[in-house]
Design a protein around this ligand. Structure first.
Ligand code: 4G1
Length: 265
C-alpha cells in the first residue's frame, strides 16, 4: 500500500516511521510512505502557507493554493482509487473497522492540518473523506496521520512477526483486552493468576474472554452496546455469542457483580 502524507512537518512523519512493526513493514516494502510539503508550492519570497481567517478571530488558516498543489502532487504518486483523507476533529471517528477498510485500499493521501485548520474550499474540492482520532484539541494533524498509518501497518499482511496477534484480536473483536502477565510468577507479592500458570488452554481462553468482557462492561459499556449496533454480535458464531452471554451472566451473578474486582475464573 502506498501512503502519502501532506504536511508542513515532513520530518515529523519520517522520523516516527523508523521503529518497531512500522519500521519493519516499511523495510520489507509491505508499505511505502511518502510526504509532500505545501511550502514547496508557495510562490512568494516568504514561502507563505497560511493567512488570517476571513471574519476575524484568532489564529491562522492554511492557504488553499499551496495546499491544493501539494495534495495533487501526492495524489499523483498514488495508484488510481486512492482517496484523499483530511484528518480533522470534524470527521467521523477513526476506529478499527475504518482501519480494516483502509488497509484494503491501493493507496491513501493523508492531509494533516496546522494552525486553525485548512480553507473549507480545499475540503470541498480536494478531499474525499475526513477522519477524526478523537474529541480533543491538537496543534496538528501529523500525530493523527501517524496513528492511522500505525493501525494500517499492523493490519498489513506480513507486518507482524507472530500472525496470531491479529487473529486473537479479531477473536476478541469489539472488546477491550484481557490482562497480560510475564515472569516472574510473583512480583511485589502479586501472584500471576493460577489459571494462566496451568496449561489448560480452554480454561485460559475462557478466563481471558471473561476478563475482557468484565473490563469492557466496567470501563467501556458503550463498546458492548456498539457491538450490537455495528453488527459485531452478528459476525460472531453462535457458540461465541452463547459463551459471551454465559460469561456476562457469571459476571453479573458474582458477589461483587461486574463492577467489582475481576474474578479469577
Ligand atoms: C475544533 C482532533 C478544533 C483534532 C474542535 C482530532 C478540535 C485530526 C484531528 C479542534 C485534530 C476540536 C483529530 C482542533 C486536528 C488543524 C490543526 C486542526 C490541528 C487541528 C475538538 C486543530 N483527528 N486539529 N483543531 O484540534 O487536526 O485528526
Amino acid at each position: 500500500m502506498r501512503i502519502e502524507v501532506v504536511t508542513l512537518f515532513p520530518e515529523m512523519i519520517r522520523q516516527a516511521l523508523g521503529y518497531g512493526v512500522l519500521g519493519r513493514a516499511l523495510e520489507r516494502g509491505l508499505l511505502s510512505v511518502g510526504t509532500e510539503d505545501p511550502r514547496s508550492y508557495a510562490t512568494d519570497v516568504h514561502r507563505t502557507v497560511d493567512d488570517r481567517p476571513y471574519g476575524g478571530g484568532p489564529g491562522m488558516v492554511l492557504k488553499p493554493e499551496p495546499l491544493t498543489a501539494a495534495i495533487a502532487a501526492a495524489h499523483a504518486r498514488c495508484p488510481a482509487g486512492s482517496p484523499r483523507v483530511y484528518l480533522s476533529a470534524q470527521g467521523p471517528r477513526f476506529d478499527q473497522a475504518k482501519a480494516q477498510e483502509l488497509v484494503r485500499l491501493p493507496g491513501l493521501v493523508l492531509v494533516a492540518g496546522r494552525y486553525e485548520g485548512i480553507d473549507e474550499r480545499v475540503i470541498e474540492t480536494s478531499i474525499d473523506a475526513e477522519l477524526s482520532i478523537g474529541d480533543f484539541v491538537l496543534s496538528g494533524g501529523e500525530l493523527p496521520a501517524l496513528m492511522v498509518i500505525d493501525a494500517i501497518a499492523r493490519l498489513t499482511e506480513g507486518a507482524l512477526n507472530d500472525a496470531r496477534s491479529s487473529v486473537e484480536e479479531s477473536f476478541a473483536e469489539g472488546l477491550l483486552d484481557w490482562p497480560h502477565y510475564t515472569r516472574p510468577e510473583v512480583f511485589l507479592g502479586l501472584r500471576v493468576p493460577e489459571v494462566l500458570v496451568g496449561g489448560d488452554h480452554a480454561r485460559i481462553r475462557r478466563w481471558r474472554l471473561k476478563q475482557a468482557l468484565g473490563k469492557t462492561w466496567r470501563v467501556r459499556p458503550d463498546l458492548l452496546l456498539a457491538a450490537d449496533r455495528l453488527g459485531i454480535e452478528g459476525r460472531l458464531d453462535t457458540a461465541t455469542r452463547a459463551e459471551r452471554a454465559e460469561l456476562l451472566n457469571e459476571l453479573l451473578q458474582e458477589k461483587q457483580g461486574p463492577q467489582g474486582p475481576a474474578n479469577e475464573d
